[in-house]
Design a protein around this ligand. Sequence first.
Ligand code: ARG
Length: 266
Amino acid sequence: MKKIVLGLAMILVFGLVGCDNATTTNSADDTTTQTVLTVLTSSGYEPYEMVDTDGNLTGFDIELMEALADVAGITIDWKDVDFSGIIASLQAGQYEVAIAGISPTAERAEVVDFSNVYYNSESGLVNYLVYLNTDSYTTMDDLDGLVIGAQLGTIQAELLQELADEYNFTVELRNSNSMIVEEMNLGSIDALLIESLAASAIVDANTNLTSTEFGYSMDSFYGNAIAFAKGSEYVDIFNAALVTLQENGTLDQLIAKWFTTTDTEE
Ligand code: ARG
């Protein structure tokens, strides 16, 4: 680990002094190939991360991470996994970095490190309930007796579990939001709780679905951040790269490209 980071620091220095095509003059036994870093993500979360028709990962997080890695002289080896396993595998030291629309909660920060927030959606985290447009759920009391789904391991899952008794609904957790959408179409789940941008993407892609803002906002879970294994040297590297992309306008361009909603939420 130490070795890789040293190599990386050198690449950064070269970058700074502007030796664009610096022939990597190196000590004999130094492997000068770019650092390859495995980064975890969890696709099926449009517009943050999804798989395109050619089977490639795309989305805001993917392009942001690629741009950050570029600044840092790192090559990314993507690994697409279930969201619910991400924090645990960083904690176990199995992998070192993850970007997946992750909310940097205090609870998670006990076991992983976070980058600075790279994107704040709205003021705090606003969630939407997505459901068949033949139904209408407008108040919390309308949730009485419903089966409501959320993605396993998310803060939306946690929120549902906290409110289930009070509002008398049943919680069903699945590995992906698309499974929950399928089950809504089959009639075994009544609604899906998901954050606002991802809700818009689902409603846009499924004409039989509609959404309503959920009455509980989660203001303390502000924004999205990259997660790292505790103590990872990559925290500083990616925070520095983030500053570069903030200053040169790349971050704003990516936000405009992926997060500009064309329609106002119904
Ligand atoms: N922001 C939420 C959380 O951190 C949900 C993230 C889900 N991300 C995903 N790629 N499926 O719990």
